[in-house]
Design a protein around this ligand. Structure first.
Ligand SMILES: Nc1ncnc2c1ncn2[C@@H]1O[C@H](COP(=O)(O)OP(=O)(O)O)[C@@H](O)[C@H]1O
Ligand SMILES: [Mg+2]
Length: 289
């Protein structure tokens, strides 16, 4: 079986390189020939079908270049994950809309009204309404973001105003703060329809529990309800695999925080010894043979 590992052309980071090499190693161990390609090597005329390339049986799409993903699918390549699923996960507002439609529990969320570059939010009536609905403190998240860097906590209306002003014209959501989850959450890694490795992440110094922000991690066995909500989210979003962030709700019930279609699974590997790449290759083989 021949596959491509499609990665971003411009991001150069050790963190990403580690993930690529784990995927390449796991492919080799499964007897799959996996060729790493950057997006710019696939930059071609729209509708041309990548004529100078022999198309693979599948591609692992480890990028957020949704347009390229769609072109590959149009040329007949099966993507893991597929373009629609990556698109839904990349934009947190799209994720929440899809999860709500499927009846999956998320923290109460308000999507900020759309604006334009140079215009920003010139009226903040929606903020007052959001505070009324969600209370304070509340979480503000840019729709595009990772590693907790574009996620903020507003304790007062004034803080929320400053955050919104700094965000400018980019899309964002306002969200109920899950107080029972302050500084802690679960990363449940799903492949197919099963949780293959879960970690509990905790940070005493920040409300965000991203490991890159200094959270400690420990292996964790999810409850049935925690595993079920993560699997349901993956199914609702049309994913083959994902790193699902799950919060502890007020009543102890789990809530979906966000879903990562291209999860950084090196932390999970270090913490649990489970290599997601191995499971991903097994899943691809089971789907294609
Ligand atoms: N509504 C919320 N209530 C409490 N904590 C939250 C909430 N949303 C996010 N967090 C915390 O912030 C972290 C980062 O948010 P997340 O939505 O996962 O964005 P990112 O893509 O940057 O990881 C989460 O892992 C969680 O610890
Ligand atoms: Mg996250």
């Amino acid at each position: 079986m021949r596959g491509w590992l499609v990665v971003n052309s411009f991001v150069e980071s050790e963190k990403f390189a580690q993930i690529y090499s784990l995927l390449l190693d796991a492919a080799a161990a499964h007897g799959i020939s996996l060729l790493q390609l950057c997006g710019d090597e696939l930059c071609d005329v729209v509708g041309g079908g990548f004529q100078d390339k022999e198309l693979p049986d599948f591609a692992i799409f480890w990028d957020k270049d949704i347009l390229l993903a769609r072109l590959l699918e149009d040329a007949g390549v099966r993507l893991f994950n597929c373009a629609d699923a990556i698109d839904l996960c990349d934009n947190k507002a799209k994720t929440y809309i899809r999860l709500a439609r499927a009846g999956i529990r998320i923290p109460k969320t308000v999507i900020a009204p759309m604006t334009f570059e140079g215009v920003g939010c010139s009226r903040l009536d929606f903020l007052d309404k959001a505070i009324e609905r969600l209370g304070l403190p509340l979480v503000i998240k840019e729709v595009y973001g990772s590693f907790g860097r574009q996620v903020y906590l507003a304790r007062t209306r004034r803080e929320a105003e400053d955050i919104i002003e700094a965000i400018g014209y980019k899309g964002f959501v306002l969200q109920e703060f899950a107080a029972g989850s302050a500084g802690r959450d679960l990363r449940i890694n799903i492949v197919g329809e099963r949780a293959v490795a879960t970690i509990l992440r905790q940070n005493e110094n920040d409300f965000r529990s991203n490991v890159s922000g200094g959270a400690r991690m420990e292996p964790y066995t999810p409850s049935e309800a925690q595993e079920r909500i993560a699997v349901d989210a993956v199914r609702a979003l049309g994913l083959d695999f994902a790193g699902v962030d799950v919060l502890f709700g007020a009543d102890g019930e789990p809530l979906i925080c966000e879903v990562n279609s291209n999860p950084h699974f090196k932390n999970t590997l270090d913490c649990t010894g489970v290599d997601l790449a191995e499971h991903i290759m097994g899943h691809i083989q089971s789907k294609l043979t």
